[in-house]
Design a protein around this ligand. Structure first.
Ligand SMILES: [Zn+2]
Length: 163
């Protein structure tokens, strides 16, 4: 273990949270910003958020970590996170202890969390029609196909469409 890694681990121990979630092994580094967007965390978010970008990781080279106080399983849309940071691990913390863990997976289908970029799509013309997409996980990066207009798009190029 090199000095930087050792120091980082010590700092992370200091920043332990009492209640909330920890998302670890976010790769490639920088994806934590996408995760914040997917979690709707902006300047109005009322709880403490620790964002660690580009940390050394023995397994991945570099990674990001997010720690969010007072966020629970029911506050999350795991499918939405799966579009952006699949492969990351999420731990639910209560009284400084991990009570549950799960790996974030790529969803097969997803609805209502994203606007369709298709110009003539019925979901952008009629507010009562919820968007629906099939995830093409054999595409890199992940692409989505609209269930209504069949447009295919890369999620990372259309992050601004996320609701
Ligand atoms: Zn569409």
């Amino acid at each position: 273990m090199n000095n930087l890694e050792e120091k980082t681990e010590k700092e992370l121990i200091v920043a332990k949270i009492d209640n909330g979630i920890v998302i670890d092994h976010i790769t490639p580094p920088g994806r934590a910003f996408y995760a914040l967007k997917a979690l709707n965390i902006d300047e109005n978010f009322p709880h403490s958020v620790f964002v660690a970008i580009n940390l050394p990781s023995r397994k991945f080279g570099r990674k990001d970590i997010l720690k969010i106080r007072n966020m629970n399983r029911e506050d999350l849309n795991i499918k939405k996170l799966g579009l952006l940071i699949s492969g990351s691990n999420i731990a639910y913390i209560k009284d400084y202890k991990i009570i549950e863990k799960e790996k974030i997976k790529i969803p097969k289908k997803i609805s209502g969390v994203l606007k369709c970029p298709g110009l003539n799509c019925i979901t952008s013309q009629q507010e009562d029609v919820e968007s629906e997409f099939t995830v093409l996980d054999d595409h890199h990066p992940i692409s989505l196909r609209c269930a209504y207009c069949d447009v295919i798009f890369n999620i990372h190029e259309h992050i601004s469409l996320m609701l």
